[in-house]
Design a binder for this molecule. Structure first.
Ligand SMILES: [Cu+2]
Length: 160
């Protein structure tokens, strides 16, 4: 009886140490990702009337513009695509995305990066990113949004 108790205690201690070690590992991984791949935790940047997204500034005119030495992109994620359909930026320059949806919930996953916010109708999502490699990045919707969800793609072209 006494011995069994000690065995259980040893297992418990083992699992506690394992659990704490995993927490440490996750903290290290998250810190590394944030420092090396760009912090892409999206933030709410205000609310918007879903019914007027397509007709009110700034989303009525989806675009990428240069502000100072940086880019600002106003993006509509709609069923079934993205506007602008192609976002063109230069490598190494900060891009601030403002994204919203005029209909249902969508995704904005940029392949090869850790950009992956949910786009919620009525909310403006803001995130910043610096593309370190030139190339074409596909934007994928990963929130099931309707019959043509699987054909919902966008494109980011990063030039040298
Ligand atoms: Cu979608």
């Amino acid at each position: 009886m006494q011995d069994n108790h000690k065995v259980v205690e040893a297992y418990e201690r083992g699992w506690l140490i394992f659990g704490l070690a995993m927490i440490l590992v996750f903290i290290v991984i998250i810190s590394y990702t944030v420092l090396n791949r760009g912090e892409t935790i999206s933030r709410g940047a205000g609310q918007i009337d879903v019914a007027t997204v397509r007709t009110t500034s700034p989303f009525a005119n989806p675009r990428v513009e240069q502000v100072g030495g940086e880019y600002v992109a106003y993006v509509q994620a709609f069923a079934f695509g993205y506007l602008p359909a192609e976002i063109k930026v230069k490598k190494g320059v900060k891009v601030t995305f403002y994204i919203t949806s005029p209909d249902v919930q969508h995704g904005f996953y940029v392949e090869g990066t850790n950009i992956n916010p949910q786009i919620i109708p009525g909310e403006v999502t803001k995130l910043e990113y610096v593309f370190k490699k030139a190339g074409t990045y596909r934007i994928v919707c990963n929130e099931y949004c309707g019959i043509s969800h699987a054909q919902m793609f966008g494109k980011i072209v990063v030039e040298e």
